[in-house]
Design a protein around this ligand. Structure first.
Ligand code: SAH
Ligand code: SF4
Length: 371
């Protein structure tokens, strides 16, 4: 197992290394594998980023590690809490870039919405991240760093279970376009010595990069959500331009193949509800015919507006009628509740506004860490 590369002159960042990578790194220092396991547990189970606090390491190793390695999470800028319990953290990932991480509490779980890129190159017409364009891929440390922070902030329940019980890769960016870093971060999420999440509790959402689905199936098959948004190629070509490269027939075949290895035996189709664009009863029927033979559930997402976008959110009536058609055909359908509206934490609204961080910092107090 190779040790991940790092910029020249920079110490390797241990936070983003999978356990096998960390073990290889420790071997390169002449240290035994169990040392890697100890450090891994300190970082991910105890939330520690200071070698001197790792009390079960030999003193000589504790002193040597800061000279050859670092543990660097993104810097926390602000924290916001919504009336409905949703929390949002703004993390600084350098050179003026911010990423937002959202925690959504529900009755039976706590879900963290994690970003994979700064911006996105895929340019879906209804998505504010897409409209920002692509800036860069997040590193594995920056991706796992989001869960690391959220766990520090949320902690555990009285039974000792972590409050963050589920992760969805549904923040900014297209996770399958940052395959290596996303899968490394997911390995750490799933590792029993890391966050110990089961594959059912980690969901990757993709707009449909079909060849990467086959790679994901082989590498790290977690629960799958696919952003469908249209019942035919003509409309999907416009809304989700990657469809021009990987049209619906290929996408659906790729999904069915993926499901052979997935921890859940269905895909969740996300379908953003755009007034007069994709929300008619006829389109719902077309959708039913399209997904015939692909085990699936639907999650209808009332579109969240952003400035300059050429769309309106579908009416509640239209969403209701659309849902009925799918349900009458035997499908399970949920309508995503808009959470965190008051703190701009809804789907597709993330980190569009990190223009002037100095200003935001004045408005919102920086969270006390070490919770
Ligand atoms: N790039 C991935 C994951 C991130 S987007 C993907 O596209 O699947 C997570 C979900 O939010 C996707 O289903 C996306 O289509 C949806 N979304 C994007 N912008 C939105 C908006 N303005 N309102 C509602 N949902 C939006
Ligand atoms: Fe990228 Fe997903 Fe937004 Fe499309 S919907 S632009 S794939 S983040």
């Amino acid at each position: 197992m190779a040790v991940p590369t790092h910029a020249k002159g920079e110490k390797p960042n241990l936070l983003g290394m999978t356990l096998p990578e960390l073990t290889a790194f420790f071997a390169s220092l002449g240290e035994k594998p169990f040392r890697a396991k100890q450090v891994f547990r300190w970082m991910h189970q105890a939330g520690v980023d200071d070698f001197s606090a790792m009390t079960d390491l030999a003193k000589s190793l504790r002193e040597k590690l800061p000279e050859v390695a670092a543990i660097v999470a993104p810097t926390l800028m602000t924290e916001q809490a919504s009336q409905d319990g949703t929390r949002k953290w703004l993390l600084d990932v350098g050179t003026g870039n911010g990423i937002e991480v959202v925690f959504i509490p529900e009755a039976d779980r706590g879900t963290l919405c994690v970003s994979s890129q700064v911006g996105c190159a895929l340019d879906c017409t209804f998505c504010s991240t897409g409209k920002q364009g692509f800036n860069r891929n997040l590193t594995a440390a920056e991706i796992i760093g989001q869960l690391w922070w959220a766990n520090k902030a949320m902690g555990r329940d009285p039974k000792g279970e972590r409050i963050v019980s589920n992760v969805v890769m549904m923040g900014m960016g297209e996770p399958l376009a940052n395959f290596d870093n996303v899968t490394a971060a997911m390995d750490i999420m799933l590792d029993d010595h890391g966050y110990g999440l089961s594959r059912r509790r980690v969901t990757l959402s993709t707009s449909g990069i079909v060849p990467a689905l086959a790679r994901l199936k082989a590498r790290c098959p977690v629960a799958l959500a696919v952003s469908l948004h249209a019942p035919n190629d003509a409309l999907r070509d416009v809304l989700v331009p990657i469809n021009q490269k990987y049209p619906l027939a290929e996408l659906l075949a790729g999904i069915r193949d993926y499901l052979e290895a997935a921890p859940r035996d269905f895909v969740t189709f996300e379908y953003v509800m755009l007034d007069g664009v994709n929300d008619s009863v006829a389109q719902a029927r077309e959708l039913v015919a399209l997904v015939e033979g692909t085990p699936c559930k639907f999650n209808l997402i009332p579109w969240n507006p952003f400035p300059g976008a050429p769309y309106q959110r579908s009416s509640n009536n239209a969403i209701h009628r659309f849902r009925e058609v799918l349900q009458e055909a035997g499908h399970v359908v949920t309508v995503r509740k808009t959470r965190g509206d008051d703190i701009d934490a809804a789907c597709g609204q993330l980190a569009g506004q990190v223009v002037d961080k100095s200003q935001r910092r004045k408005i919102i107090p920086v969270m006390q860490t070490g919770a």
